[in-house]
Design a binder for this molecule. Structure first.
Ligand SMILES: [Zn+2]
Length: 408
């Protein structure tokens, strides 16, 4: 039976969102956590954008050095030859290329520049070019797929398959589908085209997680693998998109989902660290009722609930809190006195902090070098550095230097 994979798009979709910002170091940390968690792929960059290049190259190097396990680092660009041409020199070899397919967008966005036929032509040209350029895995994104005429969507996906695409991304760009409609549409698409389907669901009507799971079920029932697009804490354009942890929990514990298997072994113990880190980096608190990691998810107060939960946790809890390391903290907040490191720290305080992490330096020159890097890191993120960030800088100073270097 076909299986389910995760492609997390926090580092592309979430960071492009209005008022949402993350530094290149923080994006790198997200990639490291995703790989530690066992997520299949990170849509980690816009490789054709100049200020992303050093970050892209450094992350590909980290992957090469074994720091990111099996995580696939995939870049996003428009389905035009120009973007693919600009992307390939960074070394990125996994790509998703995107173009709108609904009549709404073809008519009112392209405004006569492209029609249905030309959209397919442009996509095929970009896909063929990418494959010839050595791209390993190529996803072709149908933007606004949920509002696209079904016959045309099938023709578009068939053309993508012929051009060498490995997956078709079904974008519910506006969160328009329901679990029932996305199941049927994706199943039909899978049966008719025979290409693995990505589910890219937005949350405008609050159904992103349900739609992702129903869509994945449709793909698998249609005979192909499903790739669910997620973001950490559900952050994304407007009302956001499918939350990574909620999707994993949904597949694990919702009714009748047991037969639908996640391909990679997922380490749920990393989920809390990742959720808290992204919350910290974005400076957006985790809602009290956030599935899995919200403060109230395992809290009971009302008489009947508390009594029931104390008698047997299964009365009011579907899964065990022990699955998630809920006490994990990413910030440096030990009790009483705390020494932190920042852009104006000195050698003594800095050595002390690294000492508490069990990291020592060969000599003063090395210590001085890492100190300077940590200062730059702090000037770069403009937030107190976390322990894992400090560990990363000490372990991969060369890549860290590259990540901090923005080339205009
Ligand atoms: Zn999106």
């Amino acid at each position: 039976m076909a299986k389910i994979y995760f492609i997390d798009v926090t580092n592309r979709d979430a960071v492009q969102t209005s008022r949402i910002i993350m530094s290149k170091l923080q994006k790198t940390m997200v990639n490291l956590y995703l790989s530690e968690m066992g997520i299949h792929q990170s849509e980690f960059a816009f490789p054709y954008v100049k200020h992303e290049r050093n970050y892209v190259q450094a992350n590909l190097e980290l992957k090469e050095l074994g720091a990111m396990g099996n995580l696939v680092l995939e870049g996003w660009c428009r389905a035009i030859v120009g973007d693919v041409t600009e992307s390939l020199p960074t070394g990125v070899r996994d790509l998703n290329i995107s173009i709108s397919t609904s009549d709404q967008m073809i008519t009112h966005k392209f405004r006569g520049k492209l029609d249905r036929e030309k959209v397919i032509e442009e996509m095929v040209e970009a896909a063929t070019y990418a494959k010839k350029g050595g791209v390993n895995t190529l996803g072709v994104n149908a933007e606004d797929a949920s509002r696209t005429d079904m016959g045309y969507l099938i023709a578009f996906a068939q053309a993508a398959k012929q051009a060498g695409a490995d997956r078709i991304r079904y974008c519910d760009t506006l969160g328009y589908d329901t679990p029932m409609s996305i199941y049927e549409r994706v199943k039909t698409l899978a049966e008719r085209v025979g290409l693995p389907v990505e589910l890219h669901c937005h949350n405008d009507l609050g159904m992103a997680v349900a739609n992702s799971i129903a869509g994945a079920k449709g793909a698998i029932d249609g005979g192909v693998d499903a790739y669910i697009n997620t973001s950490v804490n559900g952050i994304g354009e407007r009302a956001g998109q499918a939350d990574l942890l909620s999707c994993i929990l949904g597949l694990g514990f919702a009714r009748d989902m047991a037969a639908y298997e996640i391909a990679d072994p997922i380490n749920l113990k990393v989920a809390t660290k990742l959720a808290k880190y992204v919350s910290y980096a974005f400076d957006i608190p985790i809602p009290i009722n956030q599935p899995g990691v919200g403060a109230n998810v395992f809290a009971h107060e009302a008489g009947i609930h508390a009594d029931g939960a104390l008698k047997d946790r299964r009365n009011y809890e579907l899964f065990d809190y022990e699955l998630l390391e809920l006490d994990e903290d990413v910030e440096r907040v030990p009790p009483r006195r705390v020494i932190t490191t920042g852009e104006f720290s000195g050698l003594a305080g800095f050595r002390h902090v690294y000492g508490t992490l069990g990291i020592t330096f060969a000599d003063n020159t090395e210590a001085q070098r890492i100190l300077e890097l940590a200062q730059v890191a702090n000037a770069h993120t403009q937030q107190p550095l976390t322990d894992d960030e400090l560990r990363f800088i000490a372990k991969y100073p060369e890549q860290a230097t590259k990540i901090f270097t923005l080339t205009p």
